[in-house]
Ligand binder design. Structure first.
Ligand code: HEC
Length: 480
């Protein structure tokens, strides 16, 4: 009794497979002549949902076909039907995106190819040839094709780097004298826009991966109008209300910050050149401050990975003479300041060892610190800012700072160091600002340091002729 009804279903599956295969082949062959009604295009939107079924079903089917029992015919039918429907909807989705890039083309041919392979398997299996060597080979090729099609599909939707290992692109440092387009504007576009505006996904016919493509513009033709930011489509869209359909980036993505919008705006207002450099701009130009702000990393983000420190730890370590603060809210980055107590006890400082990786700012100025305290300082591997001015620190003690690769600011004026410390200072890779006066460092030595590290700002105090008018202590408050 049951037999005829089952075979009826098999026959229905055969018809469906046949029909869809013919339709898919027709689409592929006559792609350039196809103009589809909107409803059919809408079907394409199901592709991202559907595609998970054939991946799973086909892989299970291939796996089962290698077991003793073989693949059950109903499973194979369902897998093949889903594969065909996914390929057809994928094709419709592709039609919508207009100009296909290389990735999408590759994904499409892999996807359709594997659908046709699956049909061939279905057909061979129906003829009872499911275990022949050529069917076996076909099954293996099919499994590999599923993996490849998925890989290219992932790159189409998520951008080419989606499956690549995280690279240093976004954290690339801004050079001293950056190109406004190449180092600044392109960075903003790369981070927020290029995922949809690249040679593979030319949304609005606009590609932003190169200067020339960007200037060529998109379908509006007024994408970037040099000198007229207000009328440039790119800026207009950034200023639309976030709920507006034309707002960029579209609602689902993180919007640009105000300063990022201003950067794009000023760059276009200044003529949208690709050769303009920062040092060409007058200091009153807002772009100068915007670029400099971009340089200073966001402290919260910069120190997001520091080990956790509990409030109780901070309470235990602190005292009336040693204040410990978190640099922001509940950040684990610490700023520590020690004042001279009536009776100096180095232990207060040495106890900081427990939190040494968390210390990013340390002020020990005016304290009688020596070898042991500097040993503690050398453990503060994330130190950003160190003040050891007005201390008896010597060259050999300062040499302990050698490993502080993140140190950006160092105050060592009125200390016991001399030219012997210059090699150490010179090797502090991140050092940006150095306060150095009234030490044993000679004018020659200093000139040598400046020559080797031209970008390093050395503050060597007040003009020597005026120095007599200042109390040494006052110089602290007039600096910084
Ligand atoms: C999630 C994908 C996506 C992202 C990200 C995205 N866009 Fe778009 N963009 C689109 C789509 C889709 C269109 C075409 C829609 C339309 O014409 O209204 C478009 C069109 C445009 C256009 C119109 C092109 C022209 O000249 O006619 C501009 C300008 C634009 N985007 C700028 C941007 C900028 C700037 C960013 C980054 C801040 C960005 N887009 C990020 C999807 C995106």
């Amino acid at each position: 009794m049951a037999r005829p009804s089952i075979s009826k279903y098999y026959r229905l599956a055969d018809y469906l497979v046949f029909g869809l295969t013919v339709f898919l082949a027709f689409c592929l062959l006559f792609e350039s002549h196809l103009k589809l009604p909107a409803l059919v295009g809408w079907l394409g939107h199901w592709h991202p949902v559907l595609l998970h079924f054939p991946i799973v079903l086909l892989l299970i089917a291939v796996f089962l076909s290698f077991t003793k029992g073989g693949v059950p015919r109903p499973l194979l039918s369902v897998a093949v039907l889903f594969t065909l429907v996914t390929a057809v909807t994928g094709f419709l989705l592709g039609l919508e995106s207009g100009d296909k890039g290389q990735l999408l083309t590759r994904h499409q041919w892999l996807g359709s190819g594997l659908a046709l392979l699956a049909v061939a398997w279905y057909w061979l299996d129906g003829l009872g040839l499911g275990r022949r060597p050529y069917t076996r080979a076909l099954q293996v090729v099919l499994a590999v094709a599923v993996g490849l099609a998925g890989h290219y599909g992932g790159m189409v939707t998520h951008g080419e780097e989606f499956l690549a290992l995280p690279g240093p692109r976004e954290t690339k440092k801004i050079p001293e004298n950056p190109l406004i387009y190449g180092d600044i504007v392109a960075r903003v576009l790369d981070n927020s826009c290029v995922s949809c505006h690249n040679p593979n996904k030319r949304k609005g016919e606009l590609v932003m991966t190169s200067y020339n493509d960007l200037m060529m513009g998109g379908k509006s033709k007024g994408t970037v109008l040099p000198g007229d930011a207000g009328k440039s489509e790119l800026i207009v869209r950034l200023h639309l209300p976030a709920t507006d359909e034309d707002h960029m980036p579209p609602e689902s993505k993180k919007p640009l910050s105000d300063s990022e919008i201003q950067i794009l705006e000023r760059w276009i207002a200044l003529g949208a050149s690709d050769t303009l450099r920062l040092d060409r701009l007058p200091s009153t130009e807002p772009l100068v401050a915007l670029v400099n702000d971009m340089r200073t990393p966001d402290p919260v983000q910069q120190w997001a990975d520091l080990p956790f420190v509990a409030d109780s730890t901070l309470e235990n370590l602190g005292s009336d003479y040693l204040t410990i603060k978190r640099v922001a809210g509940n950040s684990n980055a610490l700023a520590i300041n020690m004042y001279m107590p009536p009776e100096y006890d180095p232990q207060l400082i040495l106890d900081l060892k427990r939190v040494s990786p968390n210390i990013v700012e340390l002020d020990l100025s005016g304290l009688p610190i020596g070898e042991r305290e500097m040993g503690l300082v050398s453990l503060c591997s994330n130190l950003d800012r160190l003040e050891i001015d007005q201390t008896p620190v010597t060259d050999s003690q300062l040499a302990q700072l050698k490993g502080l690769s993140k140190l950006r600011l160092l105050k060592v004026y009125e200390t016991g160091i001399g030219d012997g410390s210059l090699p150490v200072l010179q090797d502090l890779a991140s050092l940006k600002k150095l306060y150095l006066w009234r030490t044993g460092v000679t004018q020659n030595g200093l000139a040598g340091l400046k020559a080797k590290r031209p970008a390093l700002l050395v503050d060597n105090g007040v003009d020597p002729k005026l120095q007599v008018f200042f109390e040494p202590k006052d110089s602290t408050s007039t600096k910084e």
